[in-house]
Design a protein around this ligand. Structure first.
Ligand code: IMP
Ligand code: MG
Length: 177
């Protein structure tokens, strides 16, 4: 099968929207110190580009999580593959994620982080695929709402590939003949 990537959100649109989000976040966190949690690996590009545009003092944290849960289950469980190495108690925390799909990862992750008593906890997701939602989960900041298609690029992967693309594209498979 040949793989094909068709542009869904071009580079210039990404840059513009990331800047808008950063302006909104900078306003909301004015006078505060912001602790960004980059969810590896998918949100790495987004986190870096967003952080570059923020005007409030900003610190980086990294977490790696994977999502589990049978197809019949809507509760889901996440596995923490790499945890934070600093305490977030009393801090203003913003989780930066690539996409909200079923919603399981962020729902479980925010529950876990909330149990560590940050002063505030919000979520910023570059993409939102609302048609796929299985649990109630809404990001506080969303870049783009997209249709139910499998997307790659700008951090998002298929089998670890395509993360380096500077646009978001829809991945499809073509029969070879
Ligand atoms: P969830 O279903 O909301 O828990 O999303 C879990 C993770 O699945 C996301 O953080 C992404 O890493 C990945 N994911 C969901 N949809 C896509 C997609 O269209 N392309 C690439 N990765 C995706
Ligand atoms: Mg991810």
């Amino acid at each position: 099968m040949k793989e094909q990537v068709k542009i869904l959100i071009e580079k210039q649109k990404l840059i513009k929207r990331v800047k808008e989000l950063a302006e909104e976040i900078s306003r909301d966190y004015e006078g505060k110190e912001l602790h960004l949690i980059c969810i590896l690996k998918g949100s790495i590009m987004f986190t870096v580009d967003l952080a570059r545009e923020l005007t409030c003092p900003t610190l980086f944290h990294f977490m790696k999580v994977s999502s589990y849960g049978g197809s019949t289950s809507t509760s889901g469980v996440i596995k923490i593959e790499q945890d934070l190495d600093e305490n977030i108690e009393g801090k203003d925390v913003l989780v930066v994620e690539d996409i909200v799909d079923s919603g399981r990862t962020l729902k479980n992750l925010t529950e876990l982080l909330r149990s560590r008593h940050p002063a505030t906890l919000k979520v910023c997701s570059l993409l939102d695929k609302p048609d796929r939602r299985q649990v109630e989960m809404a990001a506080d900041y969303t870049g783009f709402v997209i249709p139910d298609e499998f997307v790659v690029g700008y951090g998002l992967d298929y089998d670890q590939r395509y993360r380096n693309l500077d646009f978001i594209g829809v991945l499809s498979f073509l029969e070879e003949n």
